[in-house]
Ligand binder design. Structure first.
Ligand code: SF4
Length: 209
């Protein structure tokens, strides 16, 4: 499989925020979001087999692994890697962009699926696979990255239509004012959490954190 980077850092997003994690970033993405902060993962990477990836992460004193991208589900070996990690008693999160069916991930113990639904300002909202929303459980999470009121209303509409049974995060696009989004959430009394990308607050918007 093609790997862009493997690194050890603080989880900055979602329900594991603040926990040390090992990150495995796969190469390649089928989307081109307007706000993408990992364009460096579109092409660059090195070929590694599953054993080499596992050997590499065993160097770290950490039991939590986040497989991210790019888009991890584009590579067949991702599920094989995931199964090996789960057998080795790692607790794993797979971050996926919402365009690919997540069927192969469902029902695995010690796995959290972190699914994105892209909003209109991403320009990728018409690429989403909404069948995924009914496959999420209370152990999983759903993330909407929100740039403006149009995105916010869109996310609300999707929640109302599909009623996902998981933790939901509204994450302001990095660099936008989180106060506005927070006030909209409070005004509407939404049962969602705001996510502020802790890793960027600590280390800045840079690679390898
Ligand atoms: S899905 Fe993620 S990696 Fe792919 S273009 Fe969008 S933000 Fe970038």
């Amino acid at each position: 499989m093609k790997i862009n980077e493997i690194f050890y850092s603080m989880q900055g997003e979602g329900s594991w925020v603040g926990l040390p994690n090992i990150f495995i970033r796969t190469t390649g993405c089928n989307l081109r979001c307007s706000f993408c902060d990992t364009t460096y993962a579109y092409i660059h990477g090195v070929e590694m087999d599953v054993k080499e990836v596992v050997d590499e992460i065993q160097k770290y004193l950490c039991n939590y692994v986040c497989i991210t991208g790019g888009e991890p589900l584009l590579q067949e070996e991702t599920v094989e890697l995931l199964d090996v990690l789960l057998q080795k008693k790692y607790v794993v999160c797979v971050e996926t962009n919402g365009s690919i069916n997540i069927e192969k991930l469902v029902g695995k113990k010690s796995l959290m699926i972190s699914l994105d639904i892209k909003c209109p300002s991403s320009t990728m909202h018409d690429k989403m696979n909404f069948d995924n929303l009914s496959q999420l459980s209370c152990n999983d999470q759903l993330k909407f990255v929100i740039n403006n009121k149009v995105d916010y209303e869109y996310a609300k509409k999707i929640m109302k239509k599909y009623k996902p049974q998981c933790i939901i995060f509204f994450q302001p696009v990095w660099g936008t004012d989180p106060k506005k989004l927070s006030s909209w959430i409070l005004h509407d009394g939404l049962h969602v959490r705001i996510g502020l990308q802790l890793h960027k607050m600590i280390w800045g918007n840079t690679k390898g954190v």
